[in-house]
Design a protein around this ligand. Structure first.
Ligand code: NAP
Length: 479
């Protein structure tokens, strides 16, 4: 399939608009030009917010059955065009076509769940008479939309992570402004196309393309924005939190997820699942496996099998169905990963396999003996690199798993229910997968991290809570 360079427009207040200033969207695989998008100005952002003020009123007045209809028609549209959606995800990002197809399918799922959850935005009655003196009061609370939501999204799931904000925002009667990652704006624009097709009223959804550092501040600091829903790196997340002022903030940030493999585990399953978890999307995955703690008695067997499986991975053309792993999002990112690996090796880490860079491509890499004083041991790699550590027992594995600032998800492989429960109780994370790697998620579960991995939860039902506010109603009766 070829893509024509056509000068994609952005969606501001229901109008598809172009600008003279443009951003080139390039395929990381060969740096070829795919398309261009407008580089929005600060004035564009201000206009977007003005339009959204009206959009918020329109969205709040949409009956629930209409919200459900619109979201389902958008999901149908993506389903009918799913090959096109998968192709664009894979073309502008670093996912292989098989990975991109999975993301397109998940986006359809995310929207369908949003449509379903729209019927369940419930309040409840309040027993006011629990308070002496309130015997003659009855009442309840509703959940009301918050107003305008700013969604700032990353490059690594350029469609589904946008849907995780747009779906619940529309389901709950809010207006939403999306600022997608500059390197992968096309998937977000395609999502907006689906909603335009579905007849979403203009001004409810805008997708504005531009550099976060140039137009982000206006979006983040503007008083009309009532919630910022951010998914991305720790640095940008912390900066946004500092600047946001008095508004709700949802932060879905990074991690360096641990997996624990105990001696009673099914080793074949543990290896297969952890290799996939480490190298999915070239390791650019917030819940990707970065650190594996393996019990001493099975360490050698596990390491051998892990290297052997890793070396079977085929790295290359993203559009080929035979390819397991594509490039990183840019050559700069691949160089960053290369430097982190070199630093670890310089401090005594041992390279078991991988460690080769060619442009934006970096081979699946396995390290052992990684000292604690190097960057890669503590920070998020966000690349195809995994660290193996032998441990004496579960207590040591838990202590080491918790020894970092992040806490998104973890995995543990064991058949022992007591040990699994100990890990559940003691690991500081937002989700624990038993007999699976950290890299497992469905779109309907609460998703988010503790510590520096974030604030708040996504997963439609949980995003709906964040995107609505309770309003209490109390009747004083003369009885
Ligand atoms: P990023 O560099 O933090 O960028 C994310 C988004 O923030 C982009 O749209 C970016 O715009 C924008 N941005 C950057 N600085 C900003 C600022 N000062 N004000 C407003 N907007 C700003 O992250 P990324 O490299 O795209 O994504 C990778 C990170 O996302 C990793 O750390 C990963 O773990 C995390 N992530 C977390 C989850 C989760 O659910 N927990 C899921 C996926 C990814 P520009 O593109 O224009 O710079």
């Amino acid at each position: 399939m070829t893509v024509q360079i056509r000068g994609q427009k952005m969606l501001i207040g229901g109008k598809w608009v172009g600008r003279d200033e443009i951003i080139e969207v390039r395929d990381p695989q060969d740096n070829s030009l795919i398309d261009t998008v407008p580089a929005a100005s600060k004035e564009d952002m201000l206009q977007c917010i003005e339009e959204a003020k009206e959009g918020a009123k329109i969205a709040a007045s949409m009956p629930v059955h209409e919200r459900i209809r619109v979201i389902n028609v958008a999901a149908d549209y993506i389903e009918e065009n799913k090959e096109k959606y998968a192709f664009i995800i894979s073309k502008e990002g670093s996912k292989t076509i098989r990975e991109a197809q999975k993301e397109a399918a998940r986006c359809i799922q995310t929207l369908r769940i949003s449509a379903e959850e729209a019927r369940r935005i419930n309040g409840e009655t309040i027993p006011f008479d629990q308070m002496p003196g309130s015997e003659n009061r009855v009442g309840y609370y509703y959940r009301f939309p918050i107003g305008i939501i700013a969604a700032i999204t990353p490059f690594n799931d350029p469609l589904n992570l946008v849907a995780h904000k747009v779906g619940p925002a529309i389901a709950s009667g809010n207006a939403i402004i999306v600022k997608p990652a500059t390197v992968t704006p096309l998937s977000a624009l395609l999502l907006a196309e689906a909603f335009s097709h579905a007849g979403l009223p203009p001004k409810v959804l805008s997708v504005i393309t531009g550099h976060g550092r140039e137009i982000g501040d206006i979006l983040v600091t503007h008083p009309a924005i009532r919630m910022i829903s951010f998914t991305g790196g720790l640095e940008a997340g912390e900066e946004i939190a500092r600047k946001a002022g008095l508004k709700k903030i949802g932060l879905e940030l990074g991690s360096n997820s641990p997996v624990i493999v105990l001696e009673d585990a099914d080793l074949e399953e543990a290896v297969e699942s952890s290799v996939s978890g480490a190298f999915w999307a070239a390791g650019q995955n917030c819940l990707g496996v970065q650190r594996i703690y393996i019990q001493d008695s099975i360490y050698e067997t596990f390491q051998k099998a892990f290297i052997s499986r890793t070396e079977q991975y085929s790295v290359g053309d993203k559009q080929s169905y035979q390819t397991d792993m594509g490039p990183l999002i840019t050559e700069k990112e691949a160089i960053r990963v290369e430097k982190m690996v070199e630093e670890a090796i310089g401090k005594g880490a041992f390279l078991l396999t991988g460690g080769q860079r060619n442009g934006a491509f970096y081979t699946p890499t396995v390290l052992t003996n990684v000292p604690e004083n190097c960057q890669i041991a503590k920070e998020e790699i966000f690349g195809p690199v995994v660290l193996l550590y032998p441990v004496g027992d579960l207590d040591e594995a838990i202590q080491k798993s918790n020894s970092v600032d992040y806490g998104l998800q973890a995995g543990i492989f064991t058949k022992n229910i007591e040990k699994a429960h100990k890990a559940i109780a003691q690991l500081d994370v937002g989700g624990i997968m038993i007999n699976d790697s950290s890299d497992y998620r469905i779109d309907a579960m609460p998703f988010g991290g503790v510590k520096k991995s974030g604030l708040g939860r996504e997963g439609i039902k949980f995003a709906l809570q964040e995107m609505t506010e309770p309003k209490v109603v109390c009747f004083k009766l003369n009885q």
